[in-house]
Design a protein around this ligand. Structure first.
Ligand SMILES: [Zn+2]
Length: 410
């Protein structure tokens, strides 16, 4: 992968065989004019070449051009656990393995593996991230890298004794805030306090939700493998009364759901949950390959889309995935749901996530956005019909040949 840094002196007209200016429609023989680090025009090359003067022409020939991808949910600090956990078919067994193996990691293991994984994110074409940190070790790694996105300081405290302090931001590319781990690991009052903290600062409030059957059992009955785990770990909260509803309804009752809430996983949803999420414009971040690995289940993408729920995508961590690739995630979704339109999947992996996180100027290709994009080749040549070509693109092996950066370095 060759890296190209676009600065304010550059004036380019870039053409490629297939341009995917997501969220706009794909174009064969498409081109973009880039001036002052931003995209100033997008259209067919034939037309743009007549209108654009004095720009340096770059022909990317048969490559496919698209925005950087958005990985809206990952935990770089678990990268040292890649290939160290086995797929047990049961979520809480996977959690037990994770807790045990994590204890043996040193701070050096964590930082070095996170450093390597962050480079992998760049090579996978990922530009916008939603990183969940526990120790804040990854902040040091990310702050000098050309990503945008959120760094969420994760809170786990079912007893609810945690003091929220003002978190400092260090540059405009990263928003930093708190994120509760899940409805079963954070007390109801603390969940509300974190939401209020985020609301006051206009930040995204994100948490794992409805990820496993064990979670449903716990929220409905207060019993089961999750209750046992909490007790073993000294996290049992005597005053917790099981709400006896679905996790989504529970969070709704606490007043936590709105268009700045992002629920991660959302596998186990009841009919009414779909309606609540749709009505309140709550975002859902799917991590399908992680769900298969942990044995939690598989997300119902068609139903989420039919309820017009905003869907974005993440890889989760390398403790439950072998790649940090959004292309692998959409390939998996497409193989489960072949009736999903390829363009919808590509938007979910790019512009939908970037827009939800508030970084559309870095993660979409439209006039006014920074020229952050990738140019790829595919293992198979693509058809001349757009729909067919996009399907072939999703299923093919891809190689990122160039990565263009703008808005990070001068
Ligand atoms: Zn996660």
């Amino acid at each position: 992968m060759e890296e190209v840094i676009i600065n304010s002196q550059h004036h380019f007209l870039i053409r490629s065989k297939l341009l995917l200016p997501l969220p706009l429609n794909p174009l064969f023989d498409g081109a973009m004019e880039i001036k002052d680090k931003k995209i100033t025009r997008i259209g067919r090359y034939k037309e743009l070449k007549k209108e654009v003067n004095k720009a340096k022409f770059i022909d990317l020939e048969d490559l496919i051009l698209m925005p950087v991808l958005t990985n809206a949910h990952l935990h770089l600090e678990l990268s040292a656990l890649r290939f160290r956990l086995s797929s047990t078919g049961k979520f809480t067994l996977w959690v037990r393995q994770l807790l045990k193996k994590r204890e043996s990691l040193t701070p050096l293991d964590i930082t070095e593996s996170a450093r390597i994984a962050s480079q992998e994110l760049l090579r996978e074409g990922i530009g916008i991230i939603g990183e969940i940190t526990n120790s804040a070790l990854t902040v040091e790694i990310l702050k000098d890298l050309p990503f945008c996105g959120y760094i969420f300081q994760e809170i786990i405290s079912f007893k609810g004794n945690y003091t929220l302090k003002e978190l400092k931001e260090f540059n405009p590319h990263y928003k930093i805030t708190y994120s509760p781990h899940a409805p079963y690991t954070v007390s109801p009052l603390l969940l509300q306090a974190i939401k209020a903290y985020n609301q006051r600062r206009k930040k995204i409030f994100t948490l794992h939700c409805a990820e496993s059957q064990e979670e449903i059992e716990f929220i409905k009955t207060g019993k089961g493998p999750i209750a046992e785990l909490l007790k073993e770990r000294g996290q049992w909260n005597e005053s917790f009364a099981p709400p006896k509803v679905s996790p989504v309804k529970y969070l709704d009752t606490l007043g936590l759901l709105d268009d700045k809430t992002l629920l991660v996983h959302a596998l186990y949803l009841e009919e009414e949950d779909f309606q609540i999420l749709s009505k309140k414009q709550v975002g859902v971040c799917l991590c399908p390959r992680s769900n298969l690995f942990t044995g939690a289940g598989f997300p119902n993408l068609p139903k989420l889309l039919s309820h017009k729920i905003k869907v974005v995508l993440g890889t989760d961590s390398l403790a439950s995935n072998d790649r940090l690739s959004l292309f692998e995630e959409i390939k998996t979704l497409y193989s489960f749901y072949p009736d999903t339109s390829p363009i919808t999947l590509l938007k979910i992996a790019t512009s939908e996530g970037a827009t939800f996180l508030g970084f559309e100027n870095y993660g979409t290709l439209k006039e006014g956005s920074y020229a952050n994009f990738i140019a790829l080749s595919t293992s198979t040549s693509l058809s001349n019909s757009i729909d067919k070509a996009l399907e072939e693109f999703i299923l093919s092996e891809k190689e990122i040949k160039y990565r263009f950066y703008a808005g990070f370095y001068e």
